[in-house]
Design a protein around this ligand. Structure first.
Ligand code: DLZ
Length: 163
């Protein structure tokens, strides 16, 4: 039963688990669709590249990032077989307080949901000051956070399976 972690620095790039046995849902927000579309393509490509079967990936669109929490809740209630849900969105700072409300709501909502269902719900939501920062993180110079969300989902699905 006892397990020993190696030096944590050894884990910074741990092997990504093979996903053949796992089922995922991806919920993607339509707001800032040019960005969320890139996040989605990255997440999908990464899941497939790590062995997840196309038939085991359920994709849905929701109007905005605010709706990601309820969409993930609906998915987890309807599809008990899911190992994780990946939530993808992009909230860009504007002139009003909308940004703060949406970011707080989706971050807290996803956290609560994950605990409620005891399933990984992955926070793949960009929260940026401007469009350029979002472009940089959706396939630009800072990579694609959709890829990272998919990797996180794979690692957490395996953790749930073996813990
Ligand atoms: C209303 C709104 C605004 C102003 N900005 C964004 C945004 O940058 N990113 C995003 O995903 N959604 C935005 N929304 C829409 C909200 O997420 C939500 O769809 C509406 O408030 C309806 O609940």
């Amino acid at each position: 039963m006892a397990t020993q972690l190696k030096n944590l620095s050894d884990f910074s790039h741990t092997t990504v688990p093979n996903g053949t046995a796992y089922k995922f849902a991806i919920a993607v927000a339509e707001w800032n669709a040019e960005i969320t579309g890139s996040l989605y393509n990255g997440a999908l490509k990464t899941l497939l590249a790590h062995g997840v079967l196309a038939d085991n990936i359920l994709s849905i669109a929701v109007p905005g990032s605010f709706e990601l929490t309820s969409a993930a809740d609906i998915l987890l209630n309807k599809h008990e077989e899911l190992d994780a849900v990946i939530c993808l969105g992009c909230v860009i700072q504007g002139d009003t307080k909308h940004f703060d409300f949406i970011c707080d709501a989706v971050a807290n909502g996803i956290t609560q949901l994950s605990i409620k269902h005891s399933k990984p719900v992955i926070f793949g939501v960009l929260t940026t000051n401007d469009l350029q920062q979002a472009i940089d993180r959706a396939g630009g110079k800072h990579g694609n956070k959709g890829d990272e969300a998919a990797i996180t989902a794979l690692k957490m699905a395996e953790l749930s399976a073996i813990a």
